[in-house]
Design a protein around this ligand. Structure first.
Ligand code: 5GP
Length: 189
């Protein structure tokens, strides 16, 4: 998506450790018009997948996730990183190592929000090593649901997540695909 690539070039900051900071429009301050455009693009890319529910993770997946779900006309559920005390019902859980925070979180979704008949579209802001995507896929599969696609706003294709998802047969779509960072500049595929 050219619009997204231009925005990343304009407002993204490359940090040490191959981390791209995009917190002025994607994951701290959020540009709602851009998010809606991203949601429309996800809906277009997955329109034939028969999606029944979008699954994402808090916090940064929620903005693109809700827009994709809105455009597809389906509900969105987000995995929580801390189990609230109000949750007394059955939950599915998965361990996810966070690339940017270097901690392991147990993500969870109440079992009643994932169904064995669901056709799940996993959405996230970034794909790096694929830990978050694998955790979300695990939640869906624990429910007996089918993961019919994985959509990410930005993938760093040089890290392991892209290859793992493609090698395991998942339909992956990245709205911006980064080939590498060179001298603080973002090089797209
Ligand atoms: P993975 O689980 O694929 O290794 O990393 C994906 C998760 O880590 C995303 O949910 C995202 O929040 C975070 N992440 C990974 N790389 C980056 C990055 O370069 N920039 C930002 N802002 N977040 C990242």
């Amino acid at each position: 998506m050219e619009l997204l690539e231009e925005r990343i070039k304009k407002d993204g900051v490359v940090l040490p450790g191959d981390v791209l900071k995009v917190n002025s429009f994607l994951n701290h301050q959020i540009d709602p018009q851009l998010m809606m455009t991203l949601g429309q693009e996800f809906a277009r890319l997955f329109k034939d997948a028969g999606v029944t529910r979008v699954l994402t993770a808090e916090a940064s997946g929620i903005a693109p996730g809700i827009m994709a779900a809105y455009c597809l006309g389906v509900p969105m559920v987000f995995a929580r990183k801390k189990k609230p005390s109000t949750v007394t019902d059955a939950v599915y859980t998965a361990e996810v190592f966070s690339y940017t925070k270097q901690v392991t979180n147990t993500i969870s979704v109440e079992a009643k929000f994932l169904d064995a008949n669901d056709r799940i579209l996993v959405i996230d802001d970034f794909l790096a090593n694929g830990e978050a995507a694998k955790g979300l896929i695990s939640l869906a599969e624990q429910a007996g649901a089918e993961v019919v696609g994985v959509g990410v706003v930005v993938e760093k294709a040089f890290q392991g997540g892209h290859d793992w998802l493609v090698d395991h047969g998942y339909h992956l779509e990245a709205l911006a695909s980064i080939k590498e960072f060179a001298d603080g500049q973002v090089i797209f595929n």
